[in-house]
Design a protein around this ligand. Structure first.
Ligand code: OOG
Ligand code: NI
Length: 447
């Protein structure tokens, strides 16, 4: 039998290739990654405990490596082929995000690794949105957009051949994997020439800038990549000093002692030169760079509290004021691990301590007592998914400030899953299983 590369290894090759391509395509993104590295280095210098913890978890070497990217596609066929493409890299569709409520005519999922092991290796995810053509009001334009989309193939023949080979053999050897990454990358490459004339572009752009972005190009260009920062507030503040224009607000929860969910911010999308097929020059605005900082995954109860407080806080026009206000409002969200655990607000991973290895838990012993005796340790499980309100904020800030009125569509998860060709996984079930498995491994609950 052939020596197949693991899906983790292929994902790593792919994310590296994507990063190199995007830094070359969008030099300002390269500048952002340099800033992130500089701030991460400084943060580690100032905080040896953090540095030791990350070193112990083998996190230091890949600290500034990308954690996610995003793409937008136009048809069910494109989405379902992407599902197969990401499956080669061990990335499965997790979660359903309805962004139509926020005036963005797409719904989305995140392709990501799901097991503890794969996430530890490389948690690279791709936030993938499907355009909802049915939200285009003008029937003639809707038909035209569908026709344009039907006549493109965003995958190379080589990519399709290797997908088929992977499905037949159940894996790819090193040479095939390298070829696959190279072919797959073509789908995400930028094209400075559109597939439509300037009048069609303008008409679609007027309906919604995202519609033009999805419909008018040969591929589904990667629109941003997102490394991890250890200090998002500082990177946001320093962006202008490097010639980077940040979006106004950091999305998500405020800074806390125990970080929760996901904080993210980006720079504003660049206006880039394009050529229309009628030969006229123009510009298109879609691509940007983002940074993220992740914290604990919340249980449904914790998530409900987060959603309530976030709605209560509203938005702001100034980041410092907004963060101060968020911190006020989030006083109602417990900020120590013990309370988060006791109130069932966050998911935890349990481990035996050395002491616990020597005096292993017996059935019937209480979790709290084992923790108090330091025979087991609990550590929050990291949130691996996305937040619809934050995603809408990221989308909006990259669509310009002209608010585009739009009827709010209804969530249609069924339509999305039909297009995808499979159900999306339930992220809460995944976290719950992780917690449960860790309890089983400690011998606290039966398998
Ligand atoms: C995706 C925006 C969502 C995030 O980090 O929340 C996203 C897009 O602009 O296509 O990437
Ligand atoms: Ni993003």
């Amino acid at each position: 039998m052939d020596n197949f590369l693991t899906s983790d290894a292929i994902r790593t090759l792919f994310s590296q290739a994507m990063s190199a391509m995007y830094q070359q395509e969008v030099p300002l993104y390269g500048t952002l990654t340099q800033l992130v590295t500089a701030v991460n280095d400084r943060t580690l210098e100032a905080n040896p405990t953090l540095k030791n913890r990350l070193a112990a978890a083998d996190e230091l070497s890949r600290l500034s490596v990308e954690r996610h990217g995003a793409i937008r596609v136009g048809t069910a066929a494109e989405l379902s082929t992407l599902r197969q493409l990401f499956a080669v890299m061990g990335m499965e569709p997790v979660g359903y995000y309805d962004l139509s409520q926020a005036g963005v005519p797409v719904h989305s999922t995140a392709f990501r690794p799901v097991t503890d092991r794969a996430l530890r290796r490389n948690p690279f995810r791709v936030f993938t949105s499907l355009l909802r053509l049915e939200l285009i009001g003008d029937a003639a334009l809707r038909a035209r957009a569908a026709e344009i989309l039907a006549s493109r193939d965003i995958f190379t023949p080589g990519c399709r051949a290797l997908l088929a080979k992977h499905q037949q053999q159940g894996g790819l050897n090193a040479a095939d994997a390298a070829a696959f990454v190279k072919e797959a990358l073509e789908t995400f490459r930028w094209h400075a020439s559109t597939t439509v004339d300037s009048a069609t572009y303008r008409a679609l752009n007027q309906q919604h800038r995202l519609i033009a972005d999805v419909v008018c190009f040969r591929g589904c260009h990667i629109n941003h990549l997102t490394p991890r920062t250890l200090d998002i507030d500082r990177v946001q503040a320093l962006m202008p000093s490097r010639g980077i224009d940040p979006k106004t607000l950091i999305e998500g929860p405020p800074q806390r002692k125990v970080p929760i969910l996901l904080r993210q911010t980006s720079f504003k999308a660049l206006e880039e030169a394009v050529h229309f097929i009628d030969g006229t020059p123009g510009t298109h605005t879609a691509r940007f760079g983002e940074i993220e900082q992740r914290g604990a995954a919340l249980t449904p109860k914790g998530r409900a509290l987060y959603d309530r407080l976030l709605a209560q806080a509203g938005t702001g026009r100034d980041n410092q004021q907004h963060q101060a206000h968020l911190s006020e409002v989030f006083r109602d969200f417990p900020d120590d691990e013990q309370t988060l655990r006791e109130q069932g607000l966050a998911w935890f991973r349990y481990r035996l301590t050395e002491k616990g290895e020597h005096a292993r838990p017996r059935p019937g012993e209480s979790l709290n007592q084992l923790l108090a005796d330091e025979r087991i340790q609990a550590e929050p499980i990291v949130y691996e998914d996305f937040l619809p309100v934050s995603a809408a904020g990221i989308f909006q800030s990259n669509l310009g400030n002209d608010v585009q009125a739009r009827q709010a569509g209804n969530a249609s998860r069924d339509d999305f899953e039909t297009a995808l060709g499979s159900p999306v996984l339930d992220e809460m079930a995944l976290y719950q299983q992780m917690q449960q498995r860790s309890l089983e491994q400690c011998g606290i609950v039966a398998r």
